[in-house]
Ligand binder design. Structure first.
Ligand SMILES: [Zn+2]
Length: 386
């Protein structure tokens, strides 16, 4: 793994940006690109101290006179920055997966109108759009709340803490900035991560008939699992998918394995619930007549927001965008528990998340900024919440 470069010290303007690319840009766009370059350079993978990335964002919300409050675990704090009441909540996460290998661009490199770097699409580009929008909204005295977490990629404790706050519960709309490619997303798949274990009996590899092969049993279970289709299909999110992520059986070549474990990542569409799917899968596997134990590692419900709800239609109108759905789970899971007026809209493209050469288009960040501004303004003047 490549450890990300140290961030720029203080407010050093990004020298790596080519002058010719910046030439035609307005001061506002230059500020946006410089801030994005700086934010990408601040390490925010699961192993890094989140204080630095949070400080960067908070120094900005301080400067524009928003009221800042920290929530959640001090090792992964979440920031709520408020201006006024009864408006929109723009929510995002500041953490990223590790940078990883096989990059052909450096972190924060600008090329052909794209800013490359870990988190550019998911979702530092969108965070910058939200900050830029907030700056303008505060200046025009339009209410806006920013909700930023630092543990979305790991535990989502920050979102759980923020979901308990009044601004999240009462907002006329909560926009989750996950990458949607500037489309309006109203559904997400849920997660059911399972650990399976089979037991056998050890014996010498030359006399396998004296033992019971736990790996062989696991292979039967997994073959059975691969034939599982599920009863529910969603018109846009499709059916259940599963990935056999790990498989560990045996200790030596010439010993019959007495234990085997596997982990499976299952993603499912609404209206499945994790429990309902778990029981369907268990029932399906019991038919294979091979003993096993099954354990939930992680579950996250699927998200379904009414695509015709007032707040979704308003965002579609403002963004002049089509609707879409997301196959990965986001903090929308927690916000929909406390507020039905959640919607997902971000500048990045979902397919680029967590990939090498992740990027965001500078134009898409600028466009997202405009959409957030207009949406906040329309919501603030709307008589009632949709
Ligand atoms: Zn994300």
């Amino acid at each position: 793994m490549i450890i990300p470069a140290r961030p720029l010290e203080g407010k050093v303007r990004s020298r790596q940006l080519g002058a010719e690319q910046r030439g035609g840009w307005s001061p506002v766009k230059r500020q946006m690109v410089d801030m994005l370059a700086e934010l990408i350079k601040i390490p925010s993978d699961p192993f890094s101290d989140k204080q630095e990335v949070l400080d960067y964002v908070q120094s900005f919300t301080d400067q524009i006179h928003m009221r800042n409050t920290l929530f959640g675990d001090p090792s992964a704090p979440a920031l709520l920055a408020e201006f006024g009441q009864g408006g929109v909540v723009l929510s995002g996460h500041l953490d990223t997966p590790p940078v990883g290998d096989y990059w052909s661009f450096s972190q924060s490199q600008l090329a052909s109108g794209r800013m490359y770097g870990r988190g550019a699409a998911d979702m530092k580009g969108t965070v910058i759009a939200m900050l830029e929008a907030a700056q303008d909204l505060v200046a025009r005295k339009i209410p806006v709340v920013l909700a930023f977490t630092t543990d979305e990629e790991t535990s989502m404790q920050g979102a759980m803490a923020l979901a308990k706050t009044l601004p999240l519960r009462r907002a006329k709309a909560v926009v989750v900035g996950e990458p949607t490619g500037l489309r309006v997303a109203h559904a997400e798949k849920g997660v059911l991560d399972l650990a399976i274990e089979t037991r056998g009996k050890a014996a010498h590899g030359a006399m396998p008939h004296l033992g019971e092969n736990a790996s062989g049993k696991m292979m039967r279970i997994l073959r059975g699992l691969e034939s599982f289709k599920g009863r529910i299909a969603h018109p846009e999110l499709g059916t259940v998918t599963l990935n056999i992520g790990t498989f560990n059986g045996g200790t030596r070549l010439n010993v019959v394995p007495n234990k085997c474990t596997a982990e499976v990542d299952i993603r499912f569409p609404p209206p499945y619930t994790p429990d309902q799917l778990y029981h369907e899968i268990e029932e399906h596997l019991r038919r294979i007549k091979t003993p096993f134990t099954l354990r939930r590692i992680l579950t996250m419900p699927a998200v379904q927001i009414d695509p015709n709800a007032e707040h979704v239609r308003l965002l579609r109108d403002v963004a002049q965008a089509e609707t879409t759905v997301l196959v990965h789970a986001s903090e929308a899971v927690h916000y929909t528990q406390v507020n039905s007026r959640v919607v997902i809209f971000g500048a990045g493209e979902e397919e680029l998340s967590h990939q090498a050469n992740e990027y965001v288009k500078v134009e898409a960040v600028a466009r997202a900024t405009e959409v957030y501004k207009k949406y906040a303004q329309r919501l603030a003047t709307a008589r009632s919440a949709g």
